[in-house]
Design a protein around this ligand. Structure first.
Ligand SMILES: [Zn+2]
Length: 368
């Protein structure tokens, strides 16, 4: 079997885990949490049904606070910033980063800067909570098996989304594939400034998270030695309802999430490690192999990723996405022929859903 390079975007998280789409993320996430609060309120009146370790009342209170922590800082700064919570999530995160990078430094502006940082952290908390509510089920494991089949050492998974679904999947399957080791290597390459690890990471397959991860954190104080360093929080801790340690062990400043919006601005200066990640992605793509792009929109904002893909010539590209526009946008990045539906002979293939891809891979296990 040839090596495969999977590129996963927000659409993959939506199809596999039911996570809200990037387009109306905040609204959908809040709705999901509101539904859970309603369920808990029902439980409060039917205490015999209580399956939680803590009381439904406490849990509902905790969830309500998460929603408020997104809405309140935003109300305070909405007159000063040019964006809205209803914007697509990636645009929202990009706008927050760009605003933080630009002109908020002194006096009243310092207060706005603080609120912006608070909003960014609280939006990440919102994502984590939604992810926690969509714990991996056997059905999802089945769909991931259908996507990845047997992962071999040479396969590479490049993600532009922030969730930890793939890591949870590999940990779940740890005993019967090689990917547990590769995941460990990827984590070590992020944590350590070690040439040997970096070189081994570049030469082996593995996971490349180009836009950061929900379980990556960093010290927020520019004066701290750990400001440019990325720490990885254990996935179990990241997804537990008690929040992970949120202060830096070196200086006591709050830790902040390492999430990079598509408009990469100063993040390479802040976290030089992203240089290694992008080098890894470029090298793996250059080595060749079948490209399977799932739920990645190749948005015009995603300049770096489009640049990476545009330089390639590919014999075979598979796109899994319900959108014709996305399909055409991705195929236009490659100097190729027209997209083909299943069963046609051209080499670039489009599937409108993961189920369609899985059905095909079951009928032709070696042909995909
Ligand atoms: Zn620190």
């Amino acid at each position: 079997m040839p090596r495969r390079i999977f590129i996963l975007g927000a659409g993959a998280s939506h199809e596999i885990f039911g996570l809200p789409l990037i387009e109306n993320f905040v609204e959908e996430a809040v709705q999901k949490i509101e539904c859970k609060i309603d369920l808990l309120n029902n439980e409060i009146h039917n205490t015999h049904k209580n399956t939680l370790k803590i009381s439904p009342r406490e849990e509902a209170f905790r969830l309500r606070k998460i929603v408020e922590r997104v809405n309140h800082p935003f109300k305070d700064i909405s007159g000063y910033v040019p964006f809205r919570l209803s914007q697509p999530f990636e645009e929202l995160m990009s706008d927050i980063e760009l605003s933080l990078d630009s002109n908020f430094s002194a006096g009243e502006n310092a207060e706005i800067k603080y609120k912006l940082q608070e909003l960014r952290t609280n939006l990440i908390e919102l994502i984590q909570e939604v992810l926690r509510m969509t714990a991996i089920t056997s059905e999802q494991i089945g769909r991931l098996n259908g996507l990845f089949g047997v992962l071999i050492n040479e396969d590479v998974v490049i993600t532009t989304n922030y969730d930890v679904g793939f890591e949870c999947y590999v940990k779940h399957k740890d005993k019967d594939n090689v990917w547990g080791d590769l995941l460990g290597l990827s984590d070590a390459a992020i944590r350590k400034d070690d040439d040997d690890f970096a070189n081994e990471y570049l030469s082996e397959g593995g996971l490349v998270k180009l836009h950061g991860s929900l379980n990556w954190t960093s010290c927020s104080s520019p004066k701290c030695a750990k400001y440019k360093q990325i720490d990885i929080v254990d996935i179990g801790k990241c997804l537990s309802s008690s929040r992970p340690p949120s202060v830096c062990g070196a200086c006591g400043f709050p830790k902040e999430p390492v999430i990079v919006p598509p408009v990469i601005n100063k993040q390479f200066e802040r976290w030089p490690k992203f240089g290694l990640l992008w080098r890894k992605a470029a090298e793996e793509l250059r080595k060749g192999g079948d490209l399977i792009i799932f739920g990645f929109s190749a948005s015009p904002m995603d300049l770096h990723m489009r640049w990476l893909l545009q330089r390639l010539e590919r014999e075979k590209v598979t796109v899994i996405d319900p959108s014709f526009e996305t399909r055409d946008r991705i195929f236009s990045l490659f100097p190729i022929r027209k997209p083909a539906r299943i069963g046609q002979s051209e080499r670039h293939i489009w599937y409108s859903s993961l189920d369609e891809y899985i059905a095909k891979s079951r009928s032709e296990p070696s042909g995909l």
